[in-house]
Design a protein around this ligand. Sequence first.
Ligand code: PYC
Length: 480
Amino acid sequence: MSAEPGRNGATSGSANGLFSGLGKGLVNGLGRISARGGGAMRGSANGSPNGSANGSPRNGLARSARYSAFSLLRHELRGSAEWPRAWRTHELRDSYDVVIIGGGVHGLACAYYLAANHGITNVAVLDKGYLGGGGSGRNTAILRSNYLTPEGVRFYDRSLELYRNLAAELNFNVMFSRKGHLTLAHNDSSLRTMHWRAEVNKLQGVDSSVIDPDEIKKLVPYLDTSAATRYPILGALYHPPGGIIRHDAVNWGYARAADALGVHLHQQTEVIGIDTAKGQVTGVQLAGGRQIATGTVLNATAGWSTLISDMVGVRMPVQTFPLQAAVTEPVRPFLDTVVVSGTLHVYVSQTDRGELVFGASVDPFTSYSMRGSLDFVEGLAGHVLELMPALSKMRLLRQWAGLCDMTPDYSPIMGKTPVDGFYTDVGWGTYGFKAGPVSGETMAETIATGRPASLISAFGLDRFERGDLVGEKGAAAVGH
Ligand code: PYC
């Protein structure tokens, strides 16, 4: 096996039989931003809001830049030479109304909804790497809303709704595939949790139910549902609205649409400090010496979320663990459903291209490492073969890791903080990608109005002081 750097800096292996072989602030221009506190942001810095709070027009893409069958044909006839770049590069301004740290799906979605829903366009998204290069490009792209708490179910269900309509909203094919989602139960206690989740889901209007091994077999014929296995399958939580999506396309779609509405996207732009005066954010400092004035900073990072919050002295109960994943060579479609087994530490789905995408549990130690390990592949291969013995000949193409910021209750930390103008959208654990759209939408509303959007009121930092936690561990697909 020859290791080589993958696209995302992930470890890539050769396709050589791995499975068989191994078993708020400054007033800028016309922008109306109050010095501190509530209801701050209503206008664009250029005085001409591009969107409306009612959601239309949602997309400021110039006609010439819109993707359509007609534009495809036109470009083809002209030799495909003229496609405009999906987003532009800009000079950094000296000040922005809002600075978003982190160019993943959360930061990009927030920038897009600030512009599209609230007309706030003097916004910069800063990323020390490249857009979608962190957790947003490293996850296994599973979407679902079958959570355990009513707060969680409502929140993730809004995200799923936004994801379902995202291709039309962004004029970008994000390849959402509603496959259905199965969480297997191999013992009585997990079956009990599946029943619990199913009931909470139904009460929130979300389609989930517990099904038996015969029904599971019909959905996934390759699954070993016999009683003779080491961990027999007793039942499963079946969630038909769940599915997968193309994560890069989601990042690119939000980036392109935000850019079209006037947002500045700055890659290779690292924030090394946040300035405050009298408890209010006043600006950010960049590696290389530049300073940018702003009254509003959103921390939308994963992995480095505590380091960013430390810059303003806001401490957060977060520990960072790597989560590894892997992908096989493509094969003919045979797996129509997302399958998760918490007991066997495996989740698997088949992409539209035919690859199997696998994940397992988080690594059992805190680290900022994003390298794959042999230990992970060995464990994964063993467990996958217990579930689907027919896969023994499949070959792994690539493995990689992303960083998960775990909170004590497996729920995020969203909203305002004790420092005026400093907002967080962090602590996503293993749930971050599926929450991207709703996090962007709710954080944009929170920043624009100065009040926490109702869907995130349970996720504030102050819940840890009050002891009012939102225990979402029972909904984890990933072992911990
Ligand atoms: O929560 O569905 C999930 C998930 C899968 C992989 C990481 N998280």
